[in-house]
Design a protein. Structure first.
Length: 438
C-alpha cells in the first residue's frame, strides 16, 4: 500500500464485513452479470500529490479505454484515510464500485469477505496470463494457497531519500547503510531548526510498514506460522522500540512529527526542513512539490549490519496497489476488460511512470522508462530484499491496532514521557487484545 496512506482507524470492523457474501456494482445474485455493459464505476486510490493530480493522470487513460471499448468509466479518487472504510462499508451494504484499487496489504483481509472476484486461471487468461506479473507482486494478492483476490497494478518499495546539500554541509560523504550510521548522521543534521529524518507518527499504516521491517531485521514476525497474533514477542518489542526511539532517544526526528499523518514529512523533505526521508517511490511527489531530482539521492533503507537481502536483512515491505473487481458487478465482462487494459504493457508504462512506481508487469518493468538510478534501487529492493506483509485474514485489524499503538508511543515520545521496553510491550499487548479471537 502506498503510504501515504493512512489506515482506517475506526473503520467498519472486518468481522462485520465477513458476514457479507456479496457486494459491489449492482447484481442482486452475488455472482456478477452484464446487465450494464456500457458503464463501469472505478474507485482509484490517491497515488499522486493530490486528488486533482490523480484525475489529470487517470482521466485521459479512461477516455482512451472508452474510445477502444465504448464503455464509460466513472472515476472517483478516494483518499487513503477513507478507502478501507469505504470498501468495508461496500462489502456490507452491497453498494460499491465495479472495479477498485486496494492496498496490497489488505488483499487477504478483503479476500476473506468473499466480496471480490477470485483471479483463478480462467480469469488470468482473460488478461494475458498470470506469468505476465512479477513474483513479488503476486505474493501480496491474497492468502497462500488461494486464488488471488486482486491483480497487481503498481509496485513500490521503500527507499532512503537524502538531501545532497545538507549532507555535504554536514561533512557526510555517503548515505547511511546501517541504523547506527543513520542515527549518527541524523544527529549531525539535527540543528538550526532542521532535523535528520522525517516520519508520519500519526499514520498507522506508515507505522506498521516500518515496524514490520524492523521486526524482520530482528528475526521476528507479528504472527505465528499458524496466523495467530504474536505482538509481544521479544523481537517485535525490540523492533518497535528501535523505531520509536528514533524520536524518543536518538532525537533525529522532530517531536512534531508525532502528529503527522498526511504526508507532511514528504513536504518537509521537499522544502529542506529534514535531511532524510523513508518513503515509497517518492520521486513524483517530490517533483510536484518543486524539488529537483538533482537535489536528492536515493539509497536502500538501512539494515542492522551488512547489506540488504533476505531474512534479517529485509529492508522494505512489498508495497503496492492491486486492482480488484467486486464479484457481483453488473458489468463483469467490462470490468475484466478494464483490468486487462490497466495492466497492459503500454498502460503500465504510462501509469507507473506518472506515479514513479514500478510496473508489476514484467515487460513494462524492463522498459527503458524505468532505467534511472532511483528505479534501480526500487527494483533491486523488490527483487532482493522486500517481504510481503502477513497475508492473513486479520491483516487490516493488525494495521489498525498495532499502527495506532505505535502512534500512541510517538505521542509519548513527543511529550517527553519515557518510552521503555515495558511501555512498548504494554502497548502491543493492548493491541493484541483488540484482535479477533482465534
Amino acid at each position: 500500500m502506498r503510504s501515504i496512506r493512512a489506515a482506517a482507524a475506526g473503520a467498519v470492523t472486518l468481522s462485520l464485513a465477513l458476514a457479507a457474501t456479496a457486494c459491489g456494482g449492482g447484481s442482486a445474485t452475488g455472482g456478477g452479470s452484464n446487465d450494464s455493459p456500457k458503464t463501469l464505476t472505478y474507485w482509484a486510490s490517491n497515488q499522486g500529490a493530490s486528488i486533482e493530480v490523480d484525475k489529470k493522470v487517470l482521466q485521459p487513460e479512461l477516455d482512451k479505454f472508452e474510445k477502444q471499448t465504448g464503455i464509460k468509466v466513472k472515476l472517483e479518487v478516494v483518499p487513503w484515510s477513507d478507502l478501507l472504510n469505504r470498501i468495508l462499508t461496500a462489502t456490507t451494504s452491497g453498494q460499491g464500485p465495479d472495479v477498485l484499487n486496494i492496498g496490497n496489504t489488505w488483499s487477504a483481509s478483503l479476500q476473506a469477505t468473499g466480496a471480490l472476484l477470485p483471479w483463478d486461471a480462467k480469469n488470468f487468461d482473460k488478461i494475458g496470463g498470470r506469468d505476465r506479473f512479477v513474483a513479488s507482486a503476486l505474493g501480496s494478492t491474497g492468502a497462500e494457497g488461494k486464488d488471488p483476490a486482486a491483480v497487481p497494478l503498481y509496485s513500490m518499495s521503500y527507499a532512503l531519500y537524502y538531501n545532497k546539500k545538507m549532507f555535504a554541509d554536514a561533512g557526510i560523504s555517503e548515505p547511511p547503510a546501517t541504523w547506527d550510521e543513520l542515527v549518527a548522521d541524523g544527529r549531525k543534521l539535527s540543528k538550526d531548526g532542521k532535523w535528520g529524518l522525517g516520519a508520519e507518527g500519526s499514520n498507522p499504516s506508515e507505522n506498521i510498514h516500518h515496524a514490520f521491517v524492523f521486526a524482520k531485521q530482528h528475526g521476528a514476525d507479528f504472527f505465528t506460522p499458524e496466523g495467530k497474533a504474536d505482538f509481544t514477542n521479544d523481537g517485535v518489542v525490540t523492533a518497535v522500540k528501535q523505531y520509536v526511539d528514533l524520536m524518543a532517544e536518538d532525537k533525529v526526528i522532530a517531536p512534531g512529527n508525532a502528529e503527522y499523518a498526511q504526508n507532511q514529512s514528504v513536504s518537509d523533505f521537499a522544502k529542506g526542513r529534514t535531511a532524510m526521508l523513508l518513503w515509497q517511490s517518492a520521486s513524483a511527489n517530490l517533483t510536484s512539490q518543486g524539488m529537483s531530482e538533482d537535489d536528492y539521492g536515493i539509497a536502500p533503507v538501512p539494515v542492522q549490519s551488512g547489506t540488504p537481502g533476505t531474512g534479517k536483512q529485509v529492508n522494505s515491505m512489498v508495497a503496492g496497489i492491486n486492482l480488484a473487481v467486486f464479484k457481483n458487478t453488473d458489468n463483469l465482462d467490462g470490468a475484466t476488460r478494464f483490468v486487462k487494459f490497466m495492466t497492459s504493457d503500454d498502460e503500465q508504462t504510462i501509469l507507473n511512470k506518472a506515479y514513479s512506481s514500478i510496473p508489476p508487469v514484467k515487460n513494462a518493468q524492463s522498459d527503458k522508462a524505468f532505467g534511472s538510478a532511483a528505479d534501480a534501487v526500487l527494483k533491486g529492493t523488490l527483487a532482493k530484499s522486500a517481504a510481503a506483509l502477513p497475508q492473513v485474514a486479520d491483516e487490516s485489524q493488525f494495521e489498525t491496532a498495532v499502527g495506532t499503538a505505535i502512534k500512541g508511543l510517538f505521542a509519548d515520545a513527543a511529550a517527553g514521557r519515557p518510552v521503555t521496553t515495558g511501555t512498548v510491550e504494554a502497548a502491543l499487548e493492548k493491541a493484541q487484545q483488540q484482535m479477533p479471537a482465534a
